[in-house]
Design a protein around this ligand. Structure first.
Ligand code: SF4
Length: 462
C-alpha cells in the first residue's frame, strides 16, 4: 500500500495530466524527479496529475483512480532508460492529447522517438511545469525555456537552483525499500569519461543540510544524488538523520569515501554495500578517469569487513584499448575483495558510448570489437563462478540496441514499426569526429572542441 499525500479529486474544468513512467511501479516510486513533478503539478489549483506505469493496468489506466489514459489532456513521459522507448511509444500512439517527453534519455538525444511526441523537455522541468501544464497546443509550448517542439535549430538545456526539499512524498515499497527519498544533490564534481551525469546535469549542485526535511513519514530514508558521498557535509548529514533514529541507505558509495565512521552508520541499516570500481587495471582506470585505484577498492573491502555480509561490485567492459589482460585484473580484484567480505556479487555491463561524453565517437564493444567483448564476458563468468562469486553480465545484444537508441537519428524510429535492428548496425560503429551528430542541436553548455581533445587524449595516450 502506498501513502500518497498528494492524491487529488478531479473537479470539472481541471487540466488532467497523465505522468507515465514506462517501466515498473517499483522504479517509479523510487524516482525522486518523478516525485517532484507529481507533487508540483498537484499543487497547481486547477490541475490534477495521476501516474501510469507498465505493471499497473498495462500503463493504460491511472494508478490512483484507474482512469483511462485518454480522459487526460496532457501526457508527460519520463525516460530513464532507452529500452523503455518500446512500451512508451505504443502507449503514446494510443494517446490523443498533447504528448511531451523528458528525462535523461531525451536530454541526451530524442531523435529516435521524435515522431511520437509533440515536444520534448531538455533539462530539469520543475520551474517550467506551470507553463507546460497551462499550454493547450504545441504553439503555446513553444518559447518555454527547455522546450523543443522540433522546429527550433538549437535548444539550451535548463537547470534549476536546488533549494528547499519537499516535505511530503509518496511512500511505498520501492527500489530502496519503503522509504522517504532525500535528494541531496544534482550533477557531479567528477569527470568520468563514460558518464552522462557530468555533462547533462552540470553544474554540480548540493542541497544544504538546513534545506532538508526534518520530520519524515517513514522510518527509513534513501539519500539520493549521482555521487552522494561527495556532498561536502555528507557525514554530518547522515549523522543528523541517524541520531533521529532513521535507517539510512545511500544510492551509491564511492570506494575512497568509505571510512570507518560512514561504514559504522550504514551498517546499522543494511547488511550489504555496493561499490562501482568500473574497471581494475590502472591503465583503464586512467582511461575512464574515475579517480579510483585498485588499492581504494581493497581498502574499502577492509573497512567493510565484519560490518557488511555482502559486497556488490559494478564493472564495465568494452572500454577503449581494453585487452583480456585488463579483464583478468577485474577477476583478481574480485578475488582480493572476497578475502575480506565473504559474499561478493558482481555486475558487469558493456559500455554504451553515450552522446555528449568524450566516448561518444567510440564503437560499441570497445576498440577490440564485439566478438572480443563476448570472450571477455565469458571469461569473467567462468572465473568468478569457479570461486563461488555471483556474476550478472548484461546481455550484449540488449546493450547494442541501447547504443543504437542512444546514438541514432530519426530513421531509427523504424525499429518501433517492426524494423530490424540489423538495419541500424551503423550506429554501433566508431563515428568520425568531424561529422555532425544527431544530438549536436542540444546545448548542454560544454565545448565540443574540448570534448574532442579529451577523446584524443584517451585514444592516443593509452
Ligand atoms: S560515474 Fe559517478 S562519480 Fe563519475 S561522473 Fe558519473 S556520477 Fe560522477
Amino acid at each position: 500500500m502506498e501513502f500518497n499525500p498528494f492524491a487529488k479529486k478531479y473537479r470539472k474544468g481541471m487540466k488532467r495530466v497523465a505522468l507515465l513512467y514506462p517501466n515498473k511501479y517499483v522504479g517509479m516510486v523510487s524516482n525522486v524527479g518523478l516525485q517532484n513533478i507529481y507533487a508540483s503539478i498537484n499543487k497547481i489549483d486547477d490541475a490534477i496529475c495521476e501516474r501510469f506505469c507498465l505493471d499497473v493496468f498495462d500503463g493504460l489506466r491511472s494508478v490512483e483512480t484507474a482512469t483511462p489514459l485518454n480522459e487526460f489532456d496532457l501526457l508527460l513521459v519520463s525516460f530513464q532508460y532507452e529500452m523503455d522507448y518500446f512500451a512508451a511509444v505504443e502507449i503514446a500512439k494510443k494517446f490523443k492529447g498533447l504528448k511531451i517527453a523528458g528525462g535523461p534519455c531525451v536530454m541526451e538525444n530524442p531523435e529516435p522517438i521524435k515522431k511520437y511526441f509533440d515536444a520534448f523537455f531538455i533539462g530539469e522541468v520543475e520551474n517550467s511545469l506551470a507553463d507546460i501544464v497551462k499550454a493547450k497546443s504545441v504553439e503555446e509550448l513553444s518559447g518555454i525555456p527547455g522546450i523543443y517542439t522540433k522546429k527550433e535549430d538549437r535548444v539550451k538545456r535548463v537547470y534549476v537552483k536546488i533549494e528547499k526539499h519537499i516535505e511530503k512524498e509518496i511512500i511505498a515499497d520501492g527500489a530502496f525499500g519503503r522509504c522517504f527519498l532525500i535528494e541531496i544533490g544534482r550533477g557531479c564534481i567528477r569527470k568520468c569519461r563514460f558518464c552522462i551525469v557530468r555533462q547533462i546535469y552540470s553544474p554540480p549542485r548540493w542541497r544544504k543540510i538546513e534545506d532538508l526535511p526534518e520530520k519524515l513519514d517513514s522510518e527509513k530514508i534513501a539519500i539520493i544524488a549521482p555521487s552522494p558521498t561527495d556532498h561536502p557535509r555528507i557525514l554530518d548529514l547522515i549523522q543528523n538523520f541517524a541520531e533521529k533514529g532513521y535507517k539510512i541507505s545511500l544510492s551509491s558509495v564511492r570506494a575512497d569515501s568509505l571510512n570507518d565512521e560512514l561504514a559504522e552508520i550504514l551498517s546499522k541499516s543494511t547488511r550489504s554495500i555496493t561499490l562501482a570500481p568500473e574497471t581494475a587495471s590502472q591503465k583503464l582506470l586512467d582511461v575512464v578517469n574515475k579517480g579510483l585505484t585498485d588499492e581504494d577498492i581493497i581498502e574499502a573491502a577492509k573497512v567493510a569487513e565484519n560490518r557488511f555480509e555482502k559486497i556488490k561490485l559494478y564493472y564495465l567492459i568494452g572500454l577503449p584499448n581494453e585487452t583480456l589482460e585488463d579483464v583478468k585484473k577485474i577477476v583478481e580484484q574480485v578475488m582480493n575483495v572476497k578475502k575480506f567480505v565473504k559474499k561478493v556479487e558482481i555486475s558487469v555491463n558493456p559500455l554504451v558510448p553515450k552522446p555528449h561524453t568524450p566516448f561518444q565517437w567510440l564503437p560499441f564493444g570497445g576498440t577490440s570489437g564485439v566478438a572480443e567483448l563476448k570472450k571477455k564476458a565469458n571469461f569473467i563468468i567462468k572465473e568468478c563462478k569457479k570461486s563461488g562469486i555471483d556474476v550478472e553480465v548484461g546481455n550484449i545484444k540488449e546493450f547494442a540496441i541501447q547504443t543504437i537508441l542512444s546514438r541514432g537519428d530519426e530513421s531509427v524510429s523504424k525499429i518501433f514499426e517492426g524494423g530490424r535492428f540489423k538495419e541500424f548496425d551503423r550506429f554501433l560503429n566508431s563515428i568520425d569526429v568531424d561529422s555532425e551528430l544527431p544530438w549536436d542541436f542540444i546545448d548542454h553548455g560544454y565545448s565540443k572542441q574540448r570534448l574532442k581533445k579529451e577523446f584524443f587524449e584517451v585514444i592516443e595516450n593509452f
